[in-house]
Design a protein around this ligand. Structure first.
Ligand SMILES: Cc1cc2nc3c(=O)[nH]c(=O)nc-3n(C[C@H](O)[C@H](O)[C@H](O)COP(=O)(O)OP(=O)(O)OC[C@H]3O[C@@H](n4cnc5c(N)ncnc54)[C@H](O)[C@@H]3O)c2cc1C
Length: 804
């Protein structure tokens, strides 16, 4: 039998990049298999534009690296690019994006309408509000770039075998990769990278794994040159999101592509294996609105003949982020797919980072939202996955305001309390399929939020007073909230404690009934999960995490399991427990009024859990808080949840209890300095940098990341900032640059209006030794607003209230 150390499946830009970086990192016997010729999938049809601009810091890093790589290979035309704001709203979005870019060190320059016209002389001046100039952007020829990278891989020893289709993957007794089966025989190997583009879900299915990506059509048109308006090959690329189009010069004319409002997903039953580099049927009716947008911006295109409209799908994931990393439960199986039109920008950095992960066991880059295993059961519904992928596509250019909610995949998971939330006038937003109350409009019919911010734009939300009322109830009386969407993982068995001790930075070996706040770290000491662990028995634990993190965290636990471990059962038990949060000074009195059990401070001390009875329902009362007040998370079987809720509301009425939503949690937690995983805490932050160093158990040894932490010195620190001089509401959304004397020194991670303080509060990473009096400025919608460093915890720093 043939043998390889690693088999890469797919000869598109992703696979070729992985093969190149494997060979470069010194891997021997690297074999890439491609069923057709190189570039036989989406890569064949790319327009070739590459920009560094992206809202995600990780993607910006990938893109910056990819451009460096294409430059090294001498396949990059560095012509720069202009992103045009064709509306006042978009100009503000561009200002925000430039500030975000500055926050992570990318050079993006805001330019005036006149400067836009200087760079794009054929553009129609009307409705140009400004733009962004990205000097480092440009384009590649997709074929030349892919072949150049393939040649570079070959010259480092990698083998590329064409016209060889992978038809199966053989697994061993531990479900580990053993061999790749092809139409030309089997190849023995212990490592496979699935870089099969739109076919990647089918290749994953060969090992029983699930990854969702949906082939969504993308179209671009080659327009002939117009005499007197020839566009040079080295003219800058342009992007005009309001008109939904992008373009570049090609053969004197222009290549124009764009993002349709109602895109087509295809091949829901799987992509035909025989499909190769041929395009699919294009549709001028669908493209016409984009062409009109292009003509609005470049009127001379009216006279340009259409040479060819081209259509081909790319692999869109339900959140628009690529799929990267190992597949839990299938040792040796890795993924580099779901590029979601990030194509050439992503592929270089993705390949380098994946190989870093494969070689060293972790990566320095924050890959939390790219993990290949992050999508769970919900996305196995191909209709839902397609709906979500199409929505991501639709908003590729269409302005999506930060406070807007997803519209696809709604109404899928309803908590047992949903009816009560509806009756309370909830405005629902969705998270991992769950409908959750964002806030309440009492007296009004419930509704699902969507493009809500589009109505009020870059201003204070009209429901600010509602948020204040909910916030104040938690602080002054009692607030109640449905937290049923919390992810819950049952970790049980003789090996449960040892596994949790290995993955958690905090100590888990504590008496039964303890609740521990902890992080999971990667081998470099970066934070990859932030959650609580409750010890329910000697060998039984419940991990409680965010609604969106459940599959990610469950997979992380699986990856940490070792062959030699004592048996551990890991089970997603999210749906088995509804969760009610009740917090505020009156919380204990209300709980005592509905339960015959002892709920005193002695019976349920802070950070402990105890079974109590509420009207015959067995409830686990867990004394812990994300709002900084006395109170409980109550875990109850869903069928009992409504009556427990009703009893709490009835008993709470004399105390002025009020239901709150997830938006109130934001303002409550931020003034208490509580961190949010994904924005405040990421894999790029150690616990000390993120301000959760207190969780790292003193003297604890043997947990993942321990060695790295011992050697680490903080490179930055998450600090609390008061933004603005007074109580005036500021439109902060996260990502904004923090400047000192004009220089960017940090970036806002998360923010909220803190109603108790009457101030705008931001959590921002800044240099560790920054002077407390440093005259900082935060860029708010283009305006440098003064900001002061403040104490980490602004509300009740001594915890007197929650320990009451
Ligand atoms: C019309 C269009 C325009 C685009 N424009 C741009 C752009 O301007 N800039 C940009 O950066 N990106 C662009 N993109 C996106 C970019 O092209 C894709 O994201 C990228 O090429 C995907 O690369 P890939 O390697 O993941 O997949 P693919 O290119 O699809 O490669 C997957 C490969 O795997 C092979 N394969 C699959 N299954 C097997 C198997 N079982 N055995 C062996 N081989 C197998 C296939 O034959 C294929 O060659 C565009 C995409 C489209 C569709």
């Amino acid at each position: 039998m043939d043998r390889a150390r690693v088999v890469v499946i797919g000869g598109g830009i992703a696979g070729v990049s992985v093969a190149y970086h494997l060979a470069k990192a010194g891997w021997r016997e690297v074999l890439l298999l491609e069923k057709g010729e190189l570039t036989s999938g989406s890569t064949h049809h790319a327009a070739g534009l590459v920009t560094q601009f992206n809202p995600s810091p990780t993607m910006m890093r990938f893109r910056r690296y990819s451009i460096e790589l294409y430059r090294e290979l001498d396949v990059f035309a560095n012509v720069g690019s202009v992103r045009i704001a064709s509306s006042a709203e978009s100009l503000i979005e561009l200002q925000r994006a430039v500030s975000r870019a500055a926050g992570i060190g990318l050079d993006a320059e805001l330019i005036s309408p006149a400067e836009v016209l200087e760079r794009l002389p054929g553009a129609e001046p009307a409705s140009i509000h400004g733009g962004v100039w990205l000097a480092g952007d440009g384009h590649v020829d997709p074929h030349i770039a892919t072949h150049a990278l393939a040649d570079a891989a070959r010259s480092l020893g990698a083998e590329i075998r064409l016209r060889t289709r992978v038809s199966g993957i053989e697994l061993g007794p531990r479900r580990e990769v053993r061999a790749v089966l092809t139409d030309a025989g089997a190849i023995e190997t212990e490592c496979v990278v699935n870089a099969a583009g739109i076919w990647a879900p089918q290749v994953a299915a060969m090992v029983g794994a699930f990854i969702p990506s949906v082939p969504v059509d993308h179209q671009h048109v080659a327009m002939a040159a117009v005499s007197g308006h020839e566009v040079a090959h080295d003219a800058p690329c342009f992007r005009d999101p309001d008109n939904l189009v992008y373009g570049k010069g090609e053969s004197g004319g222009m290549l124009i592509g764009g993002y349709e409002a109602d895109p087509t997903a295809r091949w829901s039953d799987g992509v035909p294996w025989e499909h190769g580099s041929s395009p699919v049927e294009s549709d001028m009716d669908r493209f016409a609105p984009l062409l009109e947008g292009a003509i609005r911006r470049f009127p001379f295109l009216e006279d340009a003949g259409v040479i060819r409209l081209l259509c081909h799908p790319d692999a869109m994931t339900p959140d628009g982020n690529p799929l990267m990393g190992p597949m839990p439960g299938v040792p040796g199986f890795w993924v580099a797919a779901g590029l979601s039109l990030n194509g050439f920008g992503a592929a270089g950095g993705m390949g380098a980072t994946l190989v870093e992960w494969m070689t060293d066991g972790s990566s320095e880059t924050d890959l939390d939202s790219y993990r290949a295993w992050r999508f769970g059961q919900l996305y196995r519904d191909s209709v839902l996955a397609a709906e979500a992928a199409r929505e991501v596509y639709r908003y590729y250019y269409r302005l999506r305001y930060p406070l807007d909610s997803a519209q696809a995949a709604r109404g899928r998971r309803l908590s047992a309390l949903h009816l009560r939330l509806e009756e309370g006038g909830a405005v629902f937003a969705a998270k991992n399929g769950w409908e959750r109350a964002d806030y309440f409009e009492p007296g009004r019919p419930w509704r699902r939020a969507g493009e809500d911010q589009r109505r009020f734009g870059w201003n204070a939300p009209p429901y600010l007073e509602r948020l204040r009322e909910e916030h104040t109830a938690f602080r002054e009386r009692a607030g109640i909230i449905d937290l049923s969407s919390f992810g819950k993982i049952d970790v049980s068995g003789p090996g449960a404690l040892a596994l949790l001790e290995r993955v958690c930075d905090n100590r888990i070996e504590r008496p039964v009934g303890s609740v521990v706040y902890t992080q999971f770290l990667n081998a470099r000491g970066g934070i990859v999960a932030d959650l609580t662990v409750t010890r329910l028995g000697e060998e039984s634990f419940r991990v409680v995490t965010g609604a969106g993190a459940i599959d990610s965290d469950l997979g992380w636990l699986r990856l940490a399991q070792r062959e030699t471990d004592a048996p551990v059962a890991l089970r997603d038990e999210t749906a088995e427990h509804a969760v009610i949060g009740i917090w505020g000074p009156a919380a204990r009195r209300i709980l005592a009024a509905v339960s015959a059990s002892d709920v005193s401070a002695e019976a349920i001390p802070y950070r402990s859990a105890r079974s109590i009875d509420i009207g015959g329902a067995a409830v686990l009362a867990q004394r812990i808080t994300f709002v900084g007040e006395l109170g409980y998370e109550l875990y109850v079987e869903p069928e009992w949840a409504m009556q427990v809720w009703d009893r709490l509301i009835a008993a709470g009425r004399p105390h002025g209890i009020r239901a709150g939503g997830y938006r109130a949690l934001e303002s409550l937690r931020i003034e208490k300095g509580y961190r949010y995983f994904g924005s405040d805490l990421t894999a790029a932050d150690t616990p000390d940098e993120g301000g959760v160093g207190f969780c790292v158990a003193r003297g604890k040894a043997g947990f993942i990341g321990e060695e790295a932490l011992r050697a680490a010195t903080p490179r930055k620190r998450l600090r609390t900032l008061l933004v603005g001089d007074g109580p005036e509401y500021r439109c902060l959304y996260g990502g904004e640059a923090v400047r000192l004397d004009g220089e960017v020194v940090g970036r806002v991670r998360s923010c909220a209006y803190a109603f108790t303080l009457g101030r705008n509060v931001a959590l921002a990473t800044v240099p560790p030794a920054l002077d407390d009096d440093a005259p900082l400025r935060v860029e708010v919608l283009g305006e440098p607003v003064p900001a002061q460093l403040a104490a980490d915890v602004l509300y009740d720093p001594g915890n007197a209230r929650l320990l009451a």
